[in-house]
Ligand binder design. Structure first.
Ligand SMILES: NC(=O)c1ccc[n+]([C@@H]2O[C@H](COP(=O)([O-])OP(=O)(O)OC[C@H]3O[C@@H](n4cnc5c(N)ncnc54)[C@H](OP(=O)(O)O)[C@@H]3O)[C@@H](O)[C@H]2O)c1
Length: 242
C-alpha cells in the first residue's frame, strides 16, 4: 500500500458520493487532501470528519478554477466532479443539456488538469491524475448521448494528457465505472425494466459501491501503478467485456 504522506492531492466532486469515498481512502493512506465541490456544507462536514481542506470552485468557470488553483502545490488530482445530464437519445436531446454536461464533465476536467499540471510541473516531483469517466464512454448506452459523449471526450483528455505529461513523470489515467446506485442514478437505473436486463447482462450482476470505485482510483494514483498511464480502466463488473 502506498504511503501518500507529503503528497497533496486535489479531489473534485468531493461533496458527492464517489469523491467523498475517495477522500476518505486517500486520507487513510496519509495524503494531504484538498476537497472540492460547490456545496460548502457538504465540504465542511467532510473536512470535519477527515481533515481534508475544503476548496469550493465551479467547474463551469475558468476564472473560478484558475483562482482556486493558483499557488497550490499539488502532487495529484482526481477529476471526479460531474453531472449526469438527461436520459435522451440523439432525436429528443435538449442541446442545452449537452452543452452543460460537456462544460462540467469534459471542459471542467480539462481546465482543472491545465492549472493543476502547471503546478505539478513547477514542483518537478512527478505526480498522477485520475479522471472519473464512465462505462458510458466505452459502449453505447440507450439515452446516454450527452453524458456518454462527455465521458468519451474525457477519455481522450486522459490519453493526450498522458502523452504530453509523461516527460514530467506525471501519469494520467481514467476509471470507467458502472452505476453506483445513488439517489441521482436511482430514478433511471432503479426502474425494474432497466435494472433487471442490465444486471443480467453483467457478469458480476450487481451495482458498484463507492468503495469499489475509490479503491482503484487510489491504486492508479499510487506508486503501485508507476508504469500505468493513458488507460481507461473499466470498473463495470465485466459489462463492457461482452
Ligand atoms: N454514480 C454513478 O452511477 C456513476 C457512474 C459512473 C461514473 N460516475 C461519475 O463519477 C463522478 C462522481 O459521481 P457521484 O455518483 O459521486 O455523483 P454525485 O454524488 O452527484 O457528485 C457529483 C459531484 O460533482 C460536483 N459538481 C457537479 N457540478 C459541479 C460544478 N459545476 N462545479 C463543481 N462541482 C460540481 C458536485 O458538487 P456540489 O454538489 O457541491 O455542487 C458533487 O461533488 C461523476 O463524474 C460521475 O459522472 C458516476
Amino acid at each position: 500500500m502506498t504511503d501518500f504522506t507529503g503528497r497533496t492531492i486535489l479531489v473534485t466532486g468531493a461533496s458527492g458520493g464517489i469523491g467523498g469515498a475517495t477522500v476518505r481512502h486517500l486520507v487513510a493512506q496519509g495524503a494531504d487532501v484538498i476537497a472540492s465541490g460547490r456545496n460548502m456544507d457538504g465540504l465542511d462536514t467532510l473536512a470535519a470528519e477527515t481533515g481534508a481542506r475544503p476548496l469550493p470552485f465551479d467547474l463551469t468557470s475558468e476564472e473560478s478554477i484558475k483562482g482556486a488553483l493558483e499557488g497550490l502545490d499539488l502532487w495529484g488530482v482526481v477529476n471526479c466532479g460531474g453531472w449526469g445530464g438527461e436520459i435522451a437519445g440523439p432525436v429528443e436531446t435538449n442541446i442545452d443539456v449537452f452543452d452543460k454536461v460537456m462544460s462540467i464533465n469534459a471542459r471542467g476536467s480539462l481546465l482543472v488538469t491545465k492549472y493543476a499540471a502547471a503546478s505539478m510541473i513547477r514542483l518537478c516531483k512527478g505526480g498522477a491524475i485520475v479522471n472519473v469517466s464512465s462505462q458510458a464512454s466505452l459502449v453505447a448506452l440507450t439515452g446516454h448521448i450527452s453524458y456518454g459523449s462527455s465521458k468519451a471526450a474525457l477519455d481522450n483528455i486522459t490519453r493526450v494528457s498522458a502523452l504530453e505529461l509523461g516527460k514530467y513523470n506525471i501519469r494520467v489515467n481514467s476509471v470507467n465505472p458502472t452505476v453506483v446506485m445513488t439517489e441521482m442514478s436511482a430514478f433511471y437505473w432503479g426502474l425494474p425494466e432497466i435494472e433487471k436486463p442490465f444486471l443480467e447482462a453483467m457478469p458480476l450482476g450487481r451495482w458498484a459501491t463507492v468503495d469499489d470505485i475509490a479503491g482503484p482510483i487510489t491504486f492508479l494514483l499510487s506508486d503501485e501503478a508507476s508504469m500505468i498511464s493513458g488507460v481507461s480502466l473499466p470498473i463495470d463488473g465485466g459489462y463492457t467485456a461482452r
